[in-house]
Write a protein that binds this ligand. Structure first.
Ligand code: HEC
Ligand code: HEC
Ligand code: HEC
Ligand code: HEC
Length: 196
């Protein structure tokens, strides 16, 4: 009998500790959410900006990636941080800065906010939010070569995370104060931008 009670006690403790890691916590620090920033900041290449990609990735033959992305919420992710809803969310979390200047929000709503100026090309614009290079890697080293030779592009930092839900879950997770759940197949279909 005592053994059973002890065992029950241990199980309960484990569940409570596990839950404290899993359940959403509105007092997360920038340090905790910064996990999402690291993989995208891994190389020394420069972020050259959407304008430098869509020179080519806008035609019917290429698959109109520019238009598809512009219509997606990713293109508006930075602007979203300027809405009243965002200001309210940030206030409730005790964040003192404006959401579009706060690491706790920028970590998933923008690219480059945490990097030094020399890592940004002169056409890079933080207001483009979750942009081509957020998912495909900083472009300065692969931009020219990948159009002829995608494999050589990958050696120079081009990322094409085919079928890899983790590439999305870095941001689509419970650290999002408005988390709505994530289903890789459904949500990938919503942002699909294939070369025809
Ligand atoms: C000079 C024109 C040009 C520019 C500029 C350009 N691309 Fe490309 N890109 C191409 C071509 C051509 C392909 C090959 C398409 C194909 O598979 O037929 C390609 C392929 C890709 C692929 C698919 C690679 C694969 O292996 O499936 C990705 C992802 C990509 N580009 C992203 C980008 C990003 C991000 C930028 C900006 C940093 C960019 N491109 C700039 C022309 C360009
Ligand atoms: C850098 C962070 C980040 C990454 C990586 C990311 N997303 Fe998002 N995504 C966002 C943000 C932020 C929004 C909401 C933007 C807004 O509403 O302003 C969003 C919105 C979306 C939406 C629209 C949701 C809706 O309710 O309509 C879809 C679909 C989506 N993302 C799919 C994906 C997929 C698929 C991947 C992986 C290939 C991915 N995302 C990777 C940050 C990210
Ligand atoms: C939220 C992340 C995300 C953003 C933003 C994004 N892509 Fe992609 N892209 C992906 C993923 C993931 C794939 C692989 C798709 C698959 O598995 O079918 C992909 C595939 C591609 C391909 C190859 C398509 C094919 O059929 O081979 C090209 C080209 C491309 N992206 C260009 C761009 C350009 C240009 C932009 C900006 C205008 C952009 N992407 C923005 C995640 C993203
Ligand atoms: C861990 C990544 C992450 C962080 C951190 C984050 N967001 Fe988001 N945000 C997202 C994603 C992903 C979405 C798309 C909807 C969802 O949450 O699933 C989103 C959507 C939103 C939306 C649109 C809500 C809607 O109903 O579509 C607002 C507003 C927003 N975020 C504000 C903020 C503010 C303000 C902060 C900082 C206090 C913040 N976010 C921090 C990832 C994040």
């Amino acid at each position: 009998m005592t053994n059973r009670i002890l065992l029950l006690g241990i199980i309960l403790t484990v569940v409570i500790i596990a839950a404290s890691f899993v359940l959403p916590d509105s007092n997360r620090s920038a340090e905790q959410v910064a996990i999402a920033a690291t993989p995208m900041a891994a190389s020394d290449a420069q972020y050259i900006g959407v304008a430098q990609c869509v020179i080519c990735h806008r035609t019917d033959a290429q698959g109109k990636q520019e238009a598809i992305w512009r219509e997606s919420l990713h293109a508006r992710a930075f602007q979203t941080l300027k809405t009243e809803e965002s200001v309210k969310i940030a206030q409730e979390m005790g964040i003192e800065k404006a959401p579009h200047e706060a690491a706790e929000c920028l970590v998933c709503h923008a690219t480059g906010w945490d990097l030094p100026a020399e890592r940004m090309g002169n056409r890079f614009n933080i207001e483009d939010g979750v942009q081509c290079e957020t998912c495909h890697g900083a472009g300065s080293e692969y931009r020219a070569i990948h159009a002829r030779d995608p494999e050589a592009g990958k050696e120079r930092g081009l990322i094409v995370a085919r079928g890899d839900a983790d590439a999305c879950i870095v941001c689509h997770n419970e650290n999002s104060p408005t988390y709505k759940g994530f289903d890789f197949e459904r949500d990938m279909a919503r942002i699909a931008h294939p070369v025809p």
